[in-house]
Design a binder for this molecule. Structure first.
Ligand code: 13P
Length: 257
């Protein structure tokens, strides 16, 4: 189960890396993490499904966390191409990312699907990293708050706790674009999300649930986001694909705290 008391620096490798470079990346990060005495941040690697076992072997004993980029809502059955949260848990994963905007857009996943996937992760004993965030159009139409409100209401399952749930706020227009919202607007959105979680769950749980920012986070801008009071870590795509950049993002701690 996740360690809720530390900020989370999570790398979503998406559909990148082959066996050799994926294992090399994981090995480099495992060495860096292991060489850090009592790291104040948790670090998560979420490789493509076929690499999970190999990456798991590469980081064994290092303290790094392993995660899947998605999971099915059911624990087994006739679902060609899908992967259960039970198998992720069996492979040593601590988390499954669910409801990433690329899954919502490319695979038609609805809030109800995302909620069912998060519940499946909980049932399997792993944490769900539930992604929310508005599109460019919704951003331009000033609908970000309404969109995120509906996503939180529709995607966070009953029984969500700080131990089994992380929220990732990823404005779709910031992903892979090199564009980022202002730190002030990220803080406002995270504060809003925490309020919605308090209403949906309870105040104490909402205070403890980690809320990550994601979208074009790099070593150059990370500290501006990670030092915000309601930002408890980052979900990083492109900059998680080299050990140098990903480690540099994490090195914003303890400066960011
Ligand atoms: P980038 O860091 O490449 O913008 O991706 C963010 C993301 O989608 C992480 O899940």
């Amino acid at each position: 189960m996740p360690d809720t008391h530390r900020p989370l620096i999570a790398g979503n490798w998406k559909m990148n890396t082959l066996q050799a470079d994926g294992v090399a990346l994981a090995t480099d990060l495992a060495e860096l993490y292991q060489a850090t005495s009592e790291p104040i941040f948790e670090m998560l690697l979420a490789p493509p499904f076929p690499l999970i076992a190999k990456v798991g072997e590469a980081i064994a004993g290092s303290g790094l966390s392993l995660g899947g980029q998605d999971c099915h809502r059911l624990s087994k059955g006739a679902h060609t191409g899908d992967v259960s949260a039970v198998l992720l848990a069996d492979l040593g994963c601590r988390y499954a990312i669910v409801g990433h905007s690329e899954r919502r857009a490319n695979h038609g996943e609805t809030d109800a699907d995302v909620m069912a996937k998060a519940a499946a992760a909980h049932k399997a004993g792993i944490g769900a990293i539930i992604c929310v965030g508005e599109t460019q159009e919704e951003h331009e139409d000033d609908k970000s708050i309404d969109v995120v409100k509906a996503q939180i209401a529709g995607s966070v399952p009953d029984g969500a706790t700080a131990a089994n749930t992380v929220i990732a706020y990823e404005p779709v227009w910031a992903i892979g674009s090199g564009r980022t919202p202002s730190p002030a607007s990220v803080q406002d959105m995270h504060d809003f999300i925490r309020g919605e979680l308090a209403a949906r769950l309870d105040g104490e749980t909402a205070d403890d649930i980690r809320i990550l920012y994601g979208g074009s986070m790099t070593p150059n801008n990370a500290v501006e986001f990670l030092r915000l009071p309601d930002v408890d870590g980052g979900l990083i795509g492109g900059a998680s694909l080299t050990a140098e950049d990903f480690w540099a993002v994490a090195q914003c701690y303890p400066l960011a705290t």
